[in-house]
Design a protein. Structure first.
Length: 261
């Protein structure tokens, strides 16, 4: 059996925790197995804020997509989709602009089995799903171009996703995506910053036989947006990015929304 075959079988096994299902468990979803919930509990015991981060990341996504849709953005490329939950990108965008087009990207076989839940759209808009690794930028964009008009602005979302790559590779991947997008496009990005507490969570996560998820120095996140124009309030804890409540709970995940000139 080839290494690829072994990896594929590992990814679909219900007796080995999987990153998308662990994240789903932190969000309170039902698309996970006991082994996923066990690892979720191990990580949250080492780093209790991880549950708050998962929820804050989803809330940041909703606010960012809604804001960009209100600015007239009608195309979204959501890379590292994960398992579907309420207020997915297409639901939020099309609630503001019904003709919005959304392409989801993931290479998780479990996400693929749930793709039909994502592939719903308003009558005026469109949604599609690309089964590919986030680092396969050209293949992703080429396939997304069957749904998106790349002569018009696109918002590229990479939320709690780059930790699957080394910091240097993550920066390069983001730059490659943005290089394929026209002027007026946007980057929506967030990831967990490096602290003693988040490093403890990183170590606990690695105990689950998953590939590591690497937390970032702040400058390793902002480097992804070099040459772009940051929208207010800039690079902040995602809880502080245009919050809808007066005293939001701060989390160790920071993010930004930036425009390509």
């Amino acid at each position: 059996m080839s290494d690829d075959d072994v990896e594929f079988r590992r990814r679909i096994r219900s007796d080995v925790p999987h990153s998308a299902r662990v994240w789903n468990a932190w969000l309170g979803g039902k698309d996970n197995y006991p082994v996923d919930r066990e690892l979720a509990d191990v990580v949250s015991a080492a780093y209790p804020q991880v549950v708050d981060i998962a929820r804050a990341s989803r809330a940041f996504q909703v606010r960012a997509v809604r804001h960009l849709a209100s600015l007239g953005v009608r195309q979204f490329l959501d890379v590292g989709t994960g398992l579907p939950v309420a207020n997915s990108t297409h639901e939020v965008a099309q609630s503001v602009v019904p003709d919005a087009r959304i392409v989801y990207v993931d290479n998780d076989p479990i996400v693929l089995t749930h793709a039909q839940a994502l592939l719903t759209s308003s009558p005026e808009g469109r949604t599609a799903y690309v089964d590919a690794d986030l680092s396969q930028t050209d293949a992703v964009v080429d396939e997304a171009a069957k749904t998106l008009d790349l002569s018009r602005p696109v918002a590229v979302l990479l939320l709690s996703t780059l930790g699957h790559l080394s910091p240097a590779d993550g920066i390069e991947v983001v730059r490659r995506y943005l290089s394929r997008m026209p002027s007026g496009s946007y980057l929506v990005l967030c990831d967990t910053v490096k602290t003693p507490q988040t490093l403890a969570g990183q170590e606990a996560y690695a105990s689950g036989e998953n590939p590591p998820y690497l937390v970032r120095e702040p400058e390793e996140i902002t480097a992804c947006a070099e040459g772009l124009e940051l929208l207010e309030p800039g690079f902040v804890s995602i809880a502080l990015w245009r919050p809808e409540e007066e005293d939001p709970l701060l989390v160790d995940q920071w993010g930004l929304v930036a425009r390509k000139p």
